[in-house]
Design a protein around this ligand. Structure first.
Ligand SMILES: Cc1cc2nc3c(=O)[nH]c(=O)nc-3n(C[C@H](O)[C@H](O)[C@H](O)COP(=O)(O)OP(=O)(O)OC[C@H]3O[C@@H](n4cnc5c(N)ncnc54)[C@H](O)[C@@H]3O)c2cc1C
Ligand code: SF4
Length: 475
């Protein structure tokens, strides 16, 4: 620990954001990483608490006190080495991770947590600026071949780890670009896609082969992969969205969030998208209060929506958590994203009763207030309302992986329809089918980028052990 009294001397400093009026004019990132001097001070706030709960709060177990200390002493090169030892892609997590590490920070018990995510962001940006992120080319090849189906953060992390220990890795993706939801779900204003391209160049140099437009189960046969490769990792995500079965669901202007978000990312990437649905001059209603819903708000604001309203079925969470009860766990509390700051009306405990149309197009939403009694949803009498809605975006989460991917490989599913595989013991990440593994949202259900990276890394180790009998990869 660099500065014994740092946590008493310095306040937490949030990263600066460009003003709302400027940033909603485009799709560029608007969060500015800390300066060297700011990062040094923030690193000094880490107080060597003895048991670093932050490290266990972080799904990839980043060695946070060490890199905080290295940033305090301005040894940025050593800091990126520590960060990369547990996390393949800190430029992704440093931008879009919700930072469960900070909820677990000991300083968070009675003060503001160390700004761990902002320090991570500063370290990796400095590393790229200084060309410290270079390919780690294996000294020898093992002669083993691994196919990975799905190129999101789980597939990318697994591919990089396996290539670095000398396996020939092919990453197959059904879309025309690599990156999974990082590429086609998460908007550019949260994470620009050049970060993925830069990593792809590094991974290509390390020996990863990327094959796009390969829809396994459609234009690529599962049996062919099983015949050609020594192991297969399924990393196809959890793409099956939750629907809203109400009257009017079929109307024009009612759509899944991903059908709204993906085309926008494609347009930013320079693609021509026929019939892109825009929110411009529309009254937009977003149903669902999570990350996806928030991204719909940010995108609608950039389109120039007339109004944006976001409804959530669950009650409004408390402004602040009771830290004595919940620390070091992830607390349920009110979260206001940068997209919400850009403008949206939000309401909680709202159920959608009907979508009203005229000439086949949605024009309004009929909803009602609900309360939760003994875990059951009860509609509040006389609370029905109608709100104008020209575009209704369904962002209520994802139910499971697309089942066909699991079925063509004949792997067993768990009760929620995910690929069934444990994460512990000798069988970790193995599905019921010999030499087929599963990692990321396809195994754990809809989750976070940082969990996908963890699963990709751990599945890579499991595959390496399966192929070679032992593995030098970290767990
Ligand atoms: C709109 C949105 C915003 C989000 N925002 C955040 C955020 O801010 N922070 C955060 O941590 N998490 C966020 N998440 C969640 C996060 O993106 C996912 O948890 C994460 O990407 C899962 O990684 P994955 O690699 O398991 O799967 P995915 O990223 O879903 O990648 C799976 C890939 O597999 C491909 N695939 C599927 N089936 C096949 C097949 N048959 N053949 C070939 N390829 C196939 C898909 O095309 C896809 O590219 C968000 C999710 C969404 C939808
Ligand atoms: S990856 Fe996420 S949880 Fe881990 S240190 Fe970074 S911000 Fe925190």
């Amino acid at each position: 620990m660099g500065k014994v009294t740092g946590f008493m001397e310095y306040d937490r400093l949030a990263e600066a954001n460009l003003p709302v009026t400027d940033r909603v004019k485009n799709y560029k990132e608007f969060v500015l990483h800390l300066s060297d001097a700011e990062a040094k001070q923030q690193g000094a706030r880490c107080m060597d608490c003895g048991i670093p709960f932050c490290t266990t709060g972080c799904p990839v177990n980043n060695i946070i006190p060490d890199f905080n200390d290295l940033v305090y002493s301005q040894d940025w090169k050593a800091a990126i080495d520590v960060l990369h030892s547990t996390n393949n892609f800190p430029e992704f997590t440093g931008r879009i991770c919700p930072a469960p590490c900070e909820a677990a920070c000991t300083l968070n018990i009675n003060a503001d947590a160390v700004g761990i995510k902002s320090i991570e962001h500063a370290i990796i940006d400095k590393a790229w600026e200084n060309d410290w992120v270079t390919p780690q080319i294996p000294a020898h090849k093992t002669g083993k071949k691994v196919a990975i189906v799905g190129s999101g953060p789980a597939g990318m992390a697994a591919a990089q780890q396996l290539a670095r220990v000398g396996h020939s890795v092919v990453l197959l993706e059904k879309n025309s670009r690599i990156g999974g939801l990082l590429r086609y779900g998460i908007p550019d204003f949260k994470m620009e896609k050049s970060h993925i391209d830069r990593r792809m160049a590094q991974m290509a140099a390390e020996g990863v082969e990327f094959r796009v437009n390969q829809n396994v189960g459609e234009n690529v046969k599962a049996d062919d992969l099983l015949a050609e490769f020594d192991a297969v990792i399924l990393a196809g995500g959890a793409e099956y969205p939750r629907d809203l079965p109400v009257t009017g669901r079929e109307l024009d202007g009612v759509m899944y969030a991903m059908d709204f978000l993906t085309p926008q990312n494609q347009v930013v990437a320079g693609d021509t998208v026929a019939n892109q649905v825009m929110a411009s001059n529309k009254n937009v209603v977003v149903i669902g209060g999570g990350d996806t819903g928030s991204d719909c708000v940010g995108t609608s604001n950039r389109h120039g929506a007339l109004s944006i309203t976001q409804f959530e079925l669950m009650p409004q969470p408390p402004e602040k958590e009771n830290k004595e009860l919940v620390w070091p766990n992830w607390p349920l509390k009110m979260r206001t994203s940068s997209s919400h700051e850009e403008g949206a009306n939000r309401d909680w405990s709202i159920t959608t009763k009907e979508l009203i149309g005229e000439n086949g197009k949605v024009v309004a939403l009929k909803g009602a207030k609900v309360e939760w009694v003994n875990g059951k949803m009860v509609e509040i009498a006389d609370s029905e309302f109608t709100i104008k809605a020209d575009l209704v975006l369904l962002a209520m989460g994802f139910v499971s992986p697309v089942q066909k991917l699991l079925e063509v490989f004949g792997v067993e599913k768990d009760a929620r329809g995910n690929a069934k595989a444990t994460t512990e013991g000798a069988d970790s990440y193995k599905t019921s089918k010999t030499k087929v593994f599963a990692a990321g949202d396809v195994r754990r259900g809809q989750s976070l980028v940082v969990w996908a990276i963890r699963e990709g890394r751990q599945a890579a180790k499991a595959v390496d052990e399966f192929l070679m009998g032992s593995s030098t990869l970290p767990r």
